[in-house]
Unconditional design. Sequence first.
Length: 316
Amino acid sequence: MSNTILEVKNLKKYFPTKKGLLHAVDDISFAINKGETLGLVGESGCGKSTAGRAILRLHEPTAGEILFEGKNTLQYRGQKEKRKMRQEMQIVFQDPYSSLNPRLNTFELIADYLYVNKTYKTKKEIKERVKEVMHIVGLEERLEDSYPHELDGGRRQRIGIARALSLNPKFIVMDEPVSALDVSIQAQILNLLAELQKSLSLTYLFISHNLSVVKHISDRIAVMYLGKIVEITDYKSIFSNPIHPYTKALLSAIPIPKYGLKRERIILPGDVPSPINPPAGCVFCGRCAYKMPVCAEAAPELEDRGAGHFAACHLK
Ligand code: SF4
């Protein structure tokens, strides 16, 4: 029996603009196994958050297939099917402050989510479930009556996690869940997410612009650039044996922890091209020190370079 819980095939999400179609996510494919964390990294605007939202149909995909436990969720039309999908596939947002209604207290924020999603029917069931998830995410009972502005960033994010968990999901998109938090609190939340994953058998798509953060929690890492996945492999190989020139440039900005040193920094020339008019060949062509004539003409496929290490680059 397959261990794959989520398979994304040729997913595209384009947004119409006055200047033309914005190719936010441009034909990406990957799979995630049950209980695994796939890190999705790339600079701001590369399409990683749009990909996460498209997988949950918060942005309706332009094309592609999303198979969750073997079923194509894009074919779900009725409310019942969509509601079931939303129970099983959840999201935790980056900025808990802006994603929480400031007029609701902790209890109401979680209860409201349960009420809207209609999983727990009676007031008693909802009350019990709120208390249960507050305990699971480490929110003290005394905070039930506290409003978001009365809580620190870590506790606000715990509410966001509690809301997502309240429906008993199997899969959660973590969309930059620690980026808005103080560094001192980031580690606490990352540890909590790792513990929850084990105890509740969760699968994560962990989105971040920060490779150092993703490294701590991911089993495999996919690197995105201008709407495309350019490299995907296990977390160790990304750091020890990066293939794609863009991955190498991203890594060059990270300090080597033991000595507080940096690798030789690769400064990329130019800017990221517009996603409204992406290059015809390799999307990284205009900034790549290794580009060849073929790179401007043909987009490289994401190919297996051995042991499940995939890269999209003509350089062999
Ligand atoms: Fe550079 Fe060519 Fe590889 Fe693109 S395909 S990353 S331009 S070498």
